[in-house]
Design a protein around this ligand. Structure first.
Ligand SMILES: Nc1ncnc2c1ncn2[C@@H]1O[C@H](COP(=O)(O)OP(=O)(O)OP(=O)(O)O)[C@@H](O)[C@H]1O
Length: 587
């Protein structure tokens, strides 16, 4: 139960509703317990009438009275049972909602490394499956426990007062029932976890196949994927059948044990009646109802134990993430105004997971409002520099200064607010084009959206779609071309009007003519703002105030375009190569 202690704060938060739920639960049970007593009463009335001890009119009156009590108690008990479920199950849903939000907020705080170390499927499972299992602890587990305790205490008192001997014999099979149900529930849980695992494999495979359907069709490998699907589906079926086999035992076991208890009541009760140890045959009827009333709660003891164990295991998994301290922390409460001067001083950085040293002792600076272009072979560390400026990772050695202040001493939210970042792989959400652009500035007007799109040279493409800016993107919407995606992603950064603009090879999928236009626009709108552009093309870099060339995490060249084309090296080579390619195209 140690792990579940984390949830005590929620129990406290909803204590009033829970208390009301508990009181209603107890009241509901009390009313339902009227039935067996009045059934016994009916038997006594019938016995008295058949022995001639009461007149017909008294018989009818007493009979009617007992029936009315039974009906009335059943109605009130039923209504209270309804409110019992409403109260307790609702609380469990509130807690589920709170816990989901707590986990989600924690996920958001954790740094990129966390996401690399953990699979997305696992993160999703903890926030959905595990939280649902924990909810079962609050809802059904609490409700059935109170139910069982109340019923047990009252029923046993009633039973002992009617016949202690009969009570003993009738409750003997109940603990056996409890243990059997517990074992069955555990086995069912074990097998259903395996079934979930296989179902998840199946859905991952199906999802991937459909996402990559164009590759599958182009390579003509539909038969192969069908065979794989069939084999996964067949494994999943086997696991389902194995689960169903255990589940099938559940009710027969219950019926067997209830039957045994009933037989014991009839046999022992019958003997006692013959021996005159119990006053009326009605006591046997009363006991039979008690036994049937007790069976389900007793069975739930086993079930609830297994629910609590599952909830504990799930909460343990949730706690593992909740207890994680975010690697990148905002330690500053005061606001920082970011102007945009950037300096790297002997910075080295190694990725934790791959142990790759992406940057090795690099130093450079950009004055506020100036532009920098970073070139270099693939894997040379260009994107890493941009990630470090956004403090997505903390560095191992050296110092990064923004406006001459160590990056770690700046308010993280202010730092990120001042950055407009266009990543290498443009990511667009399944939403309208307009909302995707407004992502950079929530309160942007339609005119601002259009203006940003015009600067990013994508406006003309957007207005050609039937729904224009309201065109939906994503799985059930339109698919944009690579270049269109990049430009929408640029518009998203432009609309933010950031003091630091980071462009990570985001013009690779647009033609050189459009590239030229976008660069001109960017130059215009980023006047006085710091910008860094990562590229493989000299055309994107040539107008920058400074150009650096990276190789293997080190700066191998630094200077302006004019300076660099006059020295032998990577930049000049690239320039000449791309120049001759352009000339060939023009010929
Ligand atoms: N998130 C990451 N986790 C682990 N290693 C990484 C990560 N990102 C990059 N690397 C490694 O760090 C090195 C530098 O990568 P980086 O993405 O900075 O290069 P790049 O110059 O931007 O490459 P490209 O031009 O292909 O985009 C590479 O060897 C890469 O494999």
């Amino acid at each position: 139960m140690k792990e579940l202690q984390h949830l005590n704060k929620y129990l406290l938060k909803y204590k009033t509703q829970l208390l009301v739920g508990v009181i209603i639960t107890i009241a509901a049970r009390l009313f339902l317990l009227y039935t067996p007593r009045y059934v016994k009463q009916i038997f006594i009335v019938i016995e008295n009438y058949s022995k001639g001890l009461i007149t017909e009119s008294i018989f009818e009156k007493q009979l009617l009275e007992a029936i009315l009590y039974i009906v009335g108690a059943a109605i009130i008990g039923g209504i209270l049972t309804f409110f019992m479920r409403q109260a307790i199950i609702n609380v469990s849903r509130y807690i589920e909602f709170d816990l989901k939000n707590e986990v989600y907020n924690q996920y958001q705080k954790l740094s990129l490394n966390f996401y690399k170390k953990n699979r997305t499927g696992d993160l999703m499972n903890r926030i959905t499956e595990d939280v649902s299992r924990v909810r079962m602890y609050f809802g059904p587990a609490i409700m059935y426990s109170i139910n069982t305790i109340t019923l047990f205490v009252i029923v046993i008192i009633y039973m002992v007062s009617a016949s202690p001997k009969l009570t003993l014999y009738t409750i003997v099979p109940l603990p056996i029932l409890s243990v059997v149900i517990y074992k069955l529930s555990k086995e069912i849980h074990k097998r259903s976890t395996i079934v979930q695992q296989y179902l998840s494999n199946l859905s991952t495979y199906t999802q991937e196949s459909f996402s990559g359907i164009s590759v599958i069709k182009a390579y003509g490998i539909e038969p192969r994927t069908s065979v794989n699907f069939k084999s996964l589906a067949s494994e999943s079926k086997e696991k389902q059948i194995s689960l169903a086999r255990v589940q099938a035992w559940f009710f027969p076991m219950m019926i067997l044990l209830i039957g045994t208890s009933n037989l014991l009541v009839i046999y022992i009760g019958g003997m006692q009646y013959i021996n005159g140890e119990i006053e009326s045959i009605g006591t046997i009827a009363e006991f039979i109802i008690y036994v049937n009333m007790l069976t389900w709660p007793v069975a739930t003891v086993g079930w609830v134990t297994s629910i609590v164990q599952q909830a504990e295991a799930s909460q343990k998994r949730i706690n593992e993430f909740l207890k994680l301290e975010p690697e990148i922390k905002n330690t500053v409460d005061t606001h920082t105004i970011i102007k945009g001067a950037i300096e790297f001083k002997n910075v080295s950085f190694t990725y934790d997971d791959t142990n790759i040293t992406a940057l090795n002792n690099i130093s450079f600076n950009i004055d506020e409002g100036k532009s920098l272009a970073i070139l270099g072979k693939t894997g040379s560390g260009k994107s890493t520099i941009l990630d470090l400026i956004g403090r997505l990772y903390d560095i191992d050695n050296g110092e990064i200064l923004i406006d001459s202040k160590n990056i770690n001493t700046l308010n993280l939210t202010d730092l990120r607010d001042s950055i407009g970042y266009v990543p290498q792989d443009a990511f667009l959400f399944s939403d309208t084009i307009k909302n995707n652009i407004k992502f950079g500035k929530q309160d942007a007007t339609d005119d601002e959206v259009i203006e940003a799109a015009k600067y990013a040279q994508v406006h003309k493409n957007i207005i050609k779609f039937n729904n224009g800016y309201d065109t939906k993107l994503g799985e059930r919407g339109i698919t944009l071309s690579g270049g269109q995606k990049q430009r929408v992603s640029i518009a998203r950064a432009i609309i933010k009007s950031p003091n630091i603009l980071l462009l990570d090879d985001c013009l690779s999928a647009v033609d050189t003519e459009t590239e030229e236009k976008i660069l001109k626009n960017l130059e215009k709108i980023s006047k006085g703002k710091t910008s860094i552009i990562v590229s493989h093309r000299v055309s994107s870099a040539k107008n920058a105030d400074k150009i650096i060339v990276l190789d293997n995490g080190e700066i191998v060249q630094e200077g302006t375009h004019d300076a660099l084309i006059n020295v032998d090296g990577y930049y000049k080579h690239l320039y000449l190569k791309q120049l001759s390619e352009t000339n060939q195209k023009d010929d």
